[in-house]
Design a protein around this ligand. Structure first.
Ligand SMILES: O=C(O)CCC(=O)C(=O)O
Length: 256
């Protein structure tokens, strides 16, 4: 399922493209069931972390905890369902078109917005988290539920990936960082409602955010970020979350 010329051009111009029905229903179902098993504590995380919604300690959930995210490349090393997802040929064909044949993962995360308490993810550029050269990786955001403006679908600033890396400041409760409010506001964004199985391919410099979940249902998504195997770390002392996993193609000495 490679991109059409118009889709390829859109990625270059706007910094993102949504491919509808990129993943089949069975793949989506396996991923959502696996995420739910971790949320309910039926499986224990190995090699990755759980983070809860910071303001939801008192929220009553019948099934598990108000999980905001599971994060870590270990998801792919330790869990066959996530390993299958990052090797999905429909996804890889698109990423190869954007990045070439030699690919490694630098991020794996299940991004969840529990009903009513799922909080916003503030404006940021994914590149700000990763000291990687070239600053050109692709974030793949897989909709596992219908995502809407009410439950916190992705909102992006089309074309702003060409503005370069902006200053980011830390948010207190976790490793989240955000661009200054002066840089972009909701009025600059386009909302990207998506159906389960639709996949967003997003340039790592594209500013984006997601709003809180105002609905009674979960909004679940899975993220995999891919970079070229010729990429290099730009520091000897990267942040703790930097980790890489070879997905496909050739490896290169001295590179990630
Ligand atoms: O899925 C979301 O709500 C936002 C995810 C995101 O932008 C990120 O983690 O970089």
């Amino acid at each position: 399922m490679p991109l059409t010329d118009a889709q390829f051009e859109q990625y270059q111009r706007d910094g993102y493209v949504v491919v509808e029905d990129c993943l089949d229903a069975a793949t989506v179902e396996r991923a959502t069931e696996r995420i739910d098993a971790y949320v309910r504590g039926e499986r224990a995380e190995t090699g990755f972390e759980r983070m809860l919604e910071p303001d939801a300690e008192d929220a009553a959930f019948e099934d598990g905890e108000p999980v905001r995210k599971f994060e870590g490349v270990g998801m792919v090393r330790e869990d066959d369902v996530f390993a299958e997802l990052v090797h999905d040929e429909n996804v890889l064909e698109v990423v190869r078109e954007l990045q070439g044949p030699n690919l490694s993962l630098l991020r794996s995360a299940a991004m969840l917005k529990p009903p009513r308490v799922g909080s916003a993810k503030k404006f940021h550029q994914d590149a700000a988290y990763y000291p990687i050269h070239p600053m050109d990786h692709v974030t793949v955001w897989v909709a596992l539920d219908q995502s809407t403006t009410d439950n916190g679908c992705m909102q992006v600033v089309p074309g702003a990936h060409t503005d370069g890396l902006l200053d980011h400041e830390a948010v207190e409760y976790d490793t989240d960082i955000t661009v200054s409010e002066r840089d972009y506001g909701p009025e600059d964004t386009v909302s990207l409602p998506m159906e389960p199985g639709d996949v967003l391919f997003q340039h790592c410099l594209l500013p984006h955010y997601t709003a809180p979940n105002e609905t009674d249902d979960w909004r679940r998504a899975y993220i995999a970020a891919y970079m070229r195997n010729r990429s290099r770390l730009t520091t000897d002392d990267p942040p703790e979350w930097v980790d890489t996993y070879h997905v496909t193609g050739e490896s290169f000495p001295g590179c990630v």
